[in-house]
Design a protein around this ligand. Structure first.
Ligand SMILES: Cc1ncc(COP(=O)(O)O)c(C=O)c1O
Length: 400
């Protein structure tokens, strides 16, 4: 292929990424995702770096549901939803999502990214305001940018989980018709949980609508995995919940908005990713539905996940590591410089444990980390193997 000026510019940038140590190399799995998986070039490794929180990505019921939907509906809709691109399995999935989230209705999207992009840009207008937590996921950040560009609504960012700052920004916006506050339920780089009661109270005090992204909370938080609202005993109180089907709920792909009937209907009418893009493939819709059914039938998976996370966190502390305090299955271990995090993840992989290292600019300078993610499917044997690898690598790199 003939290279053009763009190719040359990108090649130079890519070379610089490599020189700066921020070039990402893709690791290829050659087996289903699970607590262990076969990684090309590394063999059988313990996976401590996936969002397969409930271990459903290769669950027989979930896989079988996908097969059955392929046989019943074929590969896909070949159309966007409002023309002739909606299967009955989409309605069944959306009913189950609303039941799980504790909302009146839900609407599925091709991804949580799409859902987060759709909500502010569709529901807001020029007289409105959206405020976003400083550490929100990139999809929310881009969703807010898009809303500003499309609707000319006002936008703002409040300091991470700082309710005084949120209050001050809402107080200064009394002239706004709708005020939408968006926060992650669980912050994915920290593993921390939003103060939902406090945030909701501030929203109520100032007449604001609260939207939470539960991508790392669905299937994870609350006694039965219904998410951040269940964790705080507040099911049915959050105005709008977005989340993913690509993590705990089967892990294939897809996302959703769960909210009032009006919000979901309005999004069906006007959200551009709904109007101009195909819906979830029926295989994925069916596997996601089966995942919700497995979760509802086996809530003990959530308790197992919590137990596993506690066991691993305590094991790391006993070894002398200082994981960030928390109660979610996201366990970041701060190692300082980016090079330390990258080196640690390389050595862990050599020892048979896959954990990703994150450095600046994904996390603040000096706070580079390896981020462990625990699954309900990890056995004590898997976790002990991983703790042994951490011990060896920690000693090699003088981290403990
Ligand atoms: C908090 C959060 N929101 C949204 C997403 C996007 O999810 P999806 O893969 O369904 O687009 C992610 C994925 O990393 C996430 O962590």
């Amino acid at each position: 292929m003939t290279k053009n000026a763009l190719d040359h510019r990108l090649a130079a940038d890519l070379a610089q990424f490599k020189a700066d140590g921020i070039y990402k190399t893709l690791n290829y799995l050659d087996s289903p995702q699970g607590p262990r998986a076969v990684m090309e070039g590394h063999g059988d490794v313990i996976i401590l770096s996936s969002n397969n929180y409930l271990g459903l990505a290769n669950h027989p019921t979930v896989v079988q549901a996908g097969h059955a939907a392929l046989d019943r509906f074929g590969a896909g809709t070949a159309s966007v939803r409002f023309i002739c691109g909606t299967f009955t399995i989409h309605r069944e999935l959306e009913t189950a999502i609303a039941r799980l989230a504790g909302t009146e209705a839900s609407l599925s999207f091709m991804s949580a990214w799409n859902a987060n992009e759709a909500v502010p840009a569709t529901l807001l207008g020029e007289q409105d305001l959206v405020l976003s937590d400083q550490l929100n996921h990139a999809s929310i950040i881009d969703g807010v940018r898009l809303a500003k560009a499309i609707t000319k609504c006002q936008t703002g960012v409040y300091k991470h989980c700082d309710l005084d700052d949120l209050r001050a920004k809402l107080a200064a916006a009394s002239d706004r018709r709708t005020k939408l506050v968006i926060t992650d339920g669980v912050f994915s780089m920290e593993g921390s949980i939003v103060d939902l009661p406090g945030t909701l109270q501030v929203c109520r005090d100032y007449g604001a609508i609260l939207m939470i992204d539960d991508s790392h909370a669905t299937g994870v938080l609350g006694a039965t995995g219904r998410g951040t609202a269940e964790h705080f005993g507040m099911v049915g109180e959050v105005d709008i919940i977005t989340s993913t089907l690509g993590k705990a709920l089967g892990g294939a792909a897809g996302g959703f908005t769960a909210a009032s009937a009006e919000v979901c209907d309005y999004l069906t009418q006007r959200a551009r990713p709904q109007l101009f893009s195909n819906a979830l493939p029926p295989t994925v819709a069916a596997s996601s539905l089966a995942s919700i059914q497995v979760l509802e039938a086996e809530p003990q998976r959530v308790a197992q996940l919590r137990d596993n996370a506690r066991y691993f966190r305590e094991g790391l502390i006993e070894l002398g590591f200082k994981p960030l305090h928390g109660e979610t299955p996201i366990i970041p271990v701060i190692l300082g410089e980016t090079s330390a995090a990258i080196r640690a993840s390389e050595l862990l992989l050599q020892a048979g444990v896959f954990v990703t290292g994150f450095g600046f600019p994904v996390v603040p300078q000096g706070e580079a980390r390896v981020r462990c993610q625990i699954s309900a499917a990890h056995t004590r044997e898997h976790l002990d193997f991983a703790l042994d690898a951490f011990k060896t690598v920690g000693r090699t790199l003088h981290l403990i």
